[in-house]
Design a protein around this ligand. Sequence first.
Ligand code: SAH
Ligand code: DHB
Ligand code: MG
Length: 218
Amino acid sequence: MSGGWQAVDEYIAGKLLGDDEALAATLANNEAHGLPPIDVSAAQGKMLFLLAQIAGATRILEVGTLGGYSTIWLARALPEGGELVTLELEPHHAAVARENLDRAGVSSKVDVRVGPAADSLAAMVDEAPFDFVFIDADKQSNALYVDEAIRLGRCGTTIVVDNVVREGGVLDVDSDDERIIGTRALFDMLSADTRLDATAVQTVGAKKWDGFVLARVL
Ligand code: SAH
Ligand code: DHB
Ligand code: MG
């Protein structure tokens, strides 16, 4: 059945996304440099782009850059003068991302910060509020990242968290996988936290069965 999901994603891309040299070159460059193919799909990237535009975002925060595939989609959603800060642990990933962002012509809008995201976030104090936050890094820290997104956001800030379903793994109460434990901690936090309103939507497609959290800061 997942073959069908892939084919439908290709149909959607063919109808609605068109060819995109910078994005194709990004995926090729990531592979050439040994980065894992765990970027969002093309259809998901366009969804992030549209959500950021619908939110009217002028300042975007991303946690988890990899090679900058999702970063390019989000940076393209920004108006003139808009800014995106993206946080990445691995210097090698950040270096490849900078190449890809340059090629895509969005470098002037993007600030890639290298180091553990928890440290980079803690160091962010006097930054204007972010309108849109995309969280897609180490899943064990997702509750912390959402907490920081609220601190760095404002009433109405949109928060999207990737990979919250993991082929149903989220249901495994006895999992010893840190990523599943972290995802369940995220849902516990969201269900109890009165500072935001949230849902989660399951997805299938090129990235198999997974899902996003979508939240709005109250
Ligand atoms: N958002 C990207 C994919 C990100 S993959 C896209 O869709 O194109 C997850 C990234 O998070 C990896 O590059 C990984 O190195 C990074 N990461 C893992 N742990 C991290 C941490 N503690 N702080 C910051 N980045 C981290
Ligand atoms: C993984 C991380 C991701 O952000 C993703 O979209 C898919 C997989 C991973 O760490 O396996
Ligand atoms: Mg992801």
